[in-house]
Design a protein around this ligand. Structure first.
Ligand SMILES: [Zn+2]
Ligand SMILES: [Zn+2]
Length: 428
């Protein structure tokens, strides 16, 4: 019997790990620099949290959630997104009690029962931030800047931010009436799902992927053309702030985030070179969600980005070379079983400054050197009978081919000198 992973999932294999680790470190560093503290809610929550917070009528909740009863019959769901859980965590742990701003970050797997397609999985990893406590467009600008900054640091410079607004409690009801009236006029040509949506939650018709509905919706009124004065002022100020930071954006009346909780700002960040699958993430403002979850009225804004798509984009564009992905270390080649104990001792000393791997396979010199190269090591350190007798080592610089025998105590010094003299070239 051979097992296979479930449809829509993937295995992260060792060759991908250095890049993932680097992205994690970069994200952590940015969060520290901007003052976002990491939180980690569970990957499953009570189903009702998502139906309430994300919205029962959204595709995310109605079609794509992994929902199951636990052994006591309680309905639980794997999280399809992070914001609802973060808001629940904030309220349950009374994090708003201190007042002021709350800047939070997360990183972890999300789950959606979606049709698998290029760069989309049923278990996928998102990173993101949530900033609670400010209604200012400056907060929106900071969140967008952080995400764009992350992408720029990994070499994805040619970005496009699509910026829209979905209005607020002041202007959205009137817009929904306009939209309902429009939808009533084309009702007989809408798909059955949109027939249901057009009464209860008309904005959700924009999530429809049916070509027939999409064609009809091209003519539909957009909320961007019907914003109240406050929502317009918010949008104008945000646009000015982004412009001042040198972040290119495009005003887009078609950005819909597929979630009910957004108010005012919604955005998507695209890397156009990727073509049809160019969205790397997005987010927006959710000024009423905390209240809807039972907390005090608290304005908030956040973004989330998909790691799989990001990794794919970096691979596609080859914006990072292998040398960028970490220090290249030493590989200890053992030519005698008696070398195992000294090798462990030498490796422990080396690890104070560079990575060191010991080959305990018992194979011959050639095979071990081949592994050293395959592992991307910079130095091979040979330990044979002669070296053991003399308490010495033979070091080989795998880039230059230069080789030298020396006493064990001088090893670190030589490696540092060679490393400094010739910085390792980027490997393909
Ligand atoms: Zn439809
Ligand atoms: Zn408004």
């Amino acid at each position: 019997m051979r097992f296979q992973r479930p449809r829509g999932t993937y295995d992260r294999t060792p060759d991908a790990s250095p890049l993932w680790r680097q992205l994690r470190q970069l994200f952590d560093r940015l969060c520290v620099q901007y003052g976002y503290a990491e939180v980690d809610p569970p990957i499953f929550e009570h189903t009702e949290l998502f139906t309430r917070a994300v919205g029962e009528a959204t595709d995310l909740v109605s079609k794509e959630m992994y929902t199951f009863p636990d052994r006591k019959g309680r309905s639980l769901s794997l999280r399809p997104e992070a914001t609802a859980g973060v808001v629940r965590l904030v309220l349950e742990n009374k994090l708003l009690a201190a007042g002021g701003l709350l800047r939070l970050a997360y990183w972890g797997p999300m789950f959606r029962y979606d049709r698998p397609q290029a760069g989309r999985f049923r278990q996928f990893v998102q990173l993101g931030v949530e900033a609670l406590g400010s209604a200012s467009p400056a907060m929106d600008a900071e969140v967008i800047e952080l995400f764009v900054g992350l992408l720029r640091e990994v070499g994805l410079a040619e970005l496009r931010v699509d910026l829209g607004s979905v209005g607020d409690a002041c202007c959205r009801p009137a817009y929904e009436d306009t939209l309902r009236a429009f939808l009533a006029g084309v009702a007989d040509r809408l798909c059955p799902t949109c027939q249901e949506r057009r009464q209860a939650n008309p904005l959700r018709v924009f999530d429809c992927k049916e070509p027939g509905c999409q064609a009809l919706l091209g003519e539909a009124p957009r909320i961007m053309d019907q914003l109240c004065a406050d929502c317009q002022a918010h949008r104008d100020r945000l646009e000015a702030l982004l412009g001042a930071r040198g972040i290119a954006f495009r005003r887009d009346r078609d950005v819909v985030r597929g979630l009910d909780y957004y108010t005012r700002t919604v955005f998507e960040v695209n890397y156009p070179a990727l073509g049809a699958q160019s969205a790397l993430g997005g987010g927006g403002r959710y000024d009423r969600l905390v209240e809807a979850c039972g907390g005090p009225a608290t304005p908030a804004v956040g973004f989330s980005g998909g790691l799989e798509r990001l990794v794919w984009a970096i691979g596609n564009e080859k914006t990072l070379g292998r040398a960028d992905l970490g220090v290249r270390g030493a590989y200890l080649v053992l030519l005698s079983a008696a070398a195992e104990a000294p090798a462990a001792r030498i490796a422990a000393r080396l690890r104070a400054s560079i990575p060191a791997e010991v080959d305990y396979s018992g194979r011959g010199l050639k095979a071990q050197l081949k592994s050293a190269n395959a592992r991307g090591a910079r130095f091979a350190i040979l330990l044979g009978e002669e070296e053991l007798a003399a308490r010495a080592v033979t070091v080989k610089d795998l880039d230059s081919g230069e080789q030298k025998a020396l006493p064990e105590e001088n090893l670190l010094e030589l490696i540092q000198a060679w490393s400094a003299g010739a910085p390792p070239a980027a490997r393909p």
